[in-house]
Design a protein around this ligand. Structure first.
Ligand code: BGC
Length: 349
């Protein structure tokens, strides 16, 4: 369903707890246990500017083959970013068994990424990125989904408040907004057993589309939640040349930052801001960007406009993505894509 993926949202505007793999924890970690629930608005302000990382990196299969290295955390922080959103695909853990037990190697990579990010003074969002599998067969995958959350939550229970959990990237397809409301309640309750004070990020159904916020039903008494939306509108521009949206051959679509184009972003964001004000929830724009087949000057204009529009409304944001496509940093070439970096974090005058 990748073809229809965000088209739909754009157009429409558009317990199991299995035996846990909790090992013994070093005593030093216990001291880091968050004492009280953080204020979600304060957490969101600290999240500030961020970037999505290692979702599609071979690092999860074999640490030695990882593109992303420890030094990249410090580079990201040094460029002025405040957090990383780690895109987790735990269903790809080759050793996942019928009990849904994550392998030691997978969890060790997770620990490594958390240690390195925190050492670089970056906040970290652990984003459960198995949206495609969950969209195809939500009921069939539910047991696995909850079982893996139980393990990740247990593993991270003593991590500091700078670590946040995001329950699921872009619910869509068979995981309808209504069904997602049921799943998120169960997942949140499960996470809260081990992480009562953890800030949790949750987005609406249909690809985390702004137009779906009205259908999102969060537990009213849990205030330690940041709500996330994604923004790739207009898709014709942001996903030009992207095979997974059926736009492989549609290149050369401009984005000039005309008053009408800027108004379109403002109108969409104002809808989300109005919902957030009514519901008293902070907003995290967890993904936005333009595929690297679009013309560079247009990408720069668009990315800067979206980032500033989010900041103007007090939202935090995470750019999609560090390397590979939508590219911000060229790992083999060891260099920033400077126009994109500067559009995201404008150099001080
Ligand atoms: C997906 C990527 C995709 C990006 C932009 C992300 O949520 O995981 O596969 O490239 O969105 O469409």
């Amino acid at each position: 369903m990748q073809v229809c993926r965000r088209w739909c949202s754009v157009q429409g505007r558009a317990a199991l707890v299995v035996s846990l793999v909790c090992g013994a924890w070093p005593a030093a970690r216990a001291a880091e246990t968050p004492a009280a629930a953080a204020d979600a608005f304060a957490q969101n302000a600290r999240l500030g500017r961020g970037v999505n990382i290692i979702g599609y990196d071979p690092i999860w299969k074999d640490r030695a083959r990882g593109r992303f290295q420890a030094e990249h955390f410090a580079l990201i922080a040094g460029a002025g970013f405040n957090h990383v959103r780690i895109n987790l695909h735990p269903y790809r853990d080759a050793r996942l068994d019928a009990q849904h037990t994550l392998s030691d190697a997978y969890l060790a990579t997770l620990d490594w990424a958390l240690d390195q990010a925190l050492a670089a003074k970056l906040m970290v969002i652990l984003d459960f990125h198995e949206f495609t599998a969950m969209a195809r067969d939500p009921r069939g995958k539910k047991e696995r989904y909850l079982a893996i959350w139980a393990q990740i939550a247990e593993r991270c229970r003593t991590r500091p408040p700078e670590v946040l959990f995001e329950l699921l990237n872009e619910p869509n397809g068979e995981l309808t907004p209504e069904l997602w409301n049921e799943f998120l309640r169960e997942a949140l309750a499960l996470v809260r057993r081990t992480n009562p004070n953890r800030t949790v990020i949750i987005g609406p159904g249909q690809w985390n589309g702004i137009g779906q916020l009205g259908k999102l039903a969060l537990p009213a008494d849990d205030r330690n939640i940041i709500v996330t939306v994604h923004y790739y509108s207009p898709m014709e521009f942001t996903h030009q040349g992207a095979p997974w949206t059926g736009q492989k051959d549609k290149l050369g679509v401009p984005w000039d930052g005309t008053p009408e184009q800027l108004d379109a972003i403002a109108r969409d964001f104002d809808k989300a801001a109005a919902w957030a004000a009514k519901e008293k929830r902070p907003i995290y724009l967890g993904e936005f960007g333009a595929y690297d087949k679009a013309e560079m000057a247009a990408r720069v204009r668009y990315i800067g406009a979206v980032a500033r529009a989010a900041e103007k409304r007090g939202w935090s944001w995470g750019y999609w993505q560090f390397d590979s496509d939508f590219i911000l940093y060229d790992i083999p070439g060891k260099r920033w894509i400077e126009p994109i970096r500067d559009a995201l974090v404008p150099p001080r005058q």
